[in-house]
Design a protein around this ligand. Structure first.
Ligand code: GUN
Length: 281
């Protein structure tokens, strides 16, 4: 039997509708500031999509654009000013930043209470402590929501996270560990990846290697979440997972597009509202 497709687009729409209603009850619109440095084309599209989605539910946004050759000091001064500004609830530094900029130093400079990306070491630490007051990075938070939409209790399940990025893989593993899963973090140096995958009840793949995860890697009945965004040999959008074959083995699977992508934006909006509410006590 073919797997049930987890519809991220539909779940994200429902979340955004609820957030919009929540904002209507607030005294003032939450405000998200986005900082975009450099000319990365994909980043420009991501930022535009984030701003559009925010506006649709009543979050005010402001974009600060910096040239490719901007200095560390210029960015630091802006972050310092935004940290002090009581009207700003969330600050998002779009990644990647230009090569000569120290991105980590900038992320650490953002007030953790305004860190809607959950990339500040303080929030990463809270997540590690299992504290539910941490701001959690949007993509792994969205992935967990997708998994929980079909499986309420993850206790004791074997999970594999393929990819160990700071944005997805590492926080994803921590979230699954906090849900009492037994978690393997696999990466480009992992040996016997196929065998490790075959033991997993939950597979989250975030490598950017198109259709790498094949049907014979997947345990019958597994839940497979695809974070990858790639192009196949015909230039068509695809994920890390060979969807057509894997869906014949898995119980639940996310498509690309329409799976994780829409949830990432919805979770950023949720984080912005949560930041607003925390700041107002
Ligand atoms: N670049 C790619 N994904 C992200 C993200 O989730 N947040 C930020 N700030 N930059 C990104």
């Amino acid at each position: 039997m073919s797997a049930e497709i987890i519809d991220g687009k539909e779940l994200a729409l429902e979340i955004r509708k609820n957030l919009k209603e929540k904002i209507l009850r607030l005294k003032k619109a939450p405000k998200l500031v986005v900082i975009l440095a450099g000319d990365d084309e994909a980043s420009k599209i991501y930022v535009r999509n984030k701003q559009k989605a925010a506006a649709e539910i009543g979050i005010e946004t402001e974009l600060f654009r910096f040239e490719e050759n901007s200095s560390q000091k210029q960015l630091e001064e802006l972050i310092d000013r935004l940290n002090q500004d009581k009207d700003v609830n969330g600050i998002l530094l779009q990644l990647p930043v230009p090569a000569h900029i120290n991105g980590n130093a900038l992320l650490e400079r953002i007030d953790p209470a305004k860190d809607v990306d959950g990339f500040h070491p303080f929030n990463i630490g809270l997540l590690q402590n299992g504290a539910n007051k941490a701001t959690i990075a949007a993509t792994p938070k969205g992935v967990l929501r997708l998994i929980k939409s079909v499986k309420k209790d993850l206790t004791g399940l074997n999970a594999i996270v393929i990819g160990r990025s700071v944005i997805v893989g590492k926080p994803m593993a921590m979230l699954l560990l906090n849900e009492n899963c037994t978690v393997i973090i696999a990466h480009s140096h992992t040996k016997d990846l196929k065998e490790l995958c075959l033991k997993a009840d939950i597979v989250v793949s975030s490598t950017g290697c198109g259709k790498m995860v094949k049907a014979d890697w997947i345990r019958k009945g597994a839940t497979v979440i695809d974070v990858g965004i790639c192009r196949d040999e015909n230039g068509k959008l695809c994920g890390d997972v060979d969807f057509e074959s894997v869906k014949e083995v898995a119980s639940y699977i996310t498509p690309v597009p329409g799976g994780v992508g829409p949830m990432t934006i919805a979770m950023l909006l949720e984080n912005t509202i949560e930041a607003y509410l925390k700041q107002r006590g």
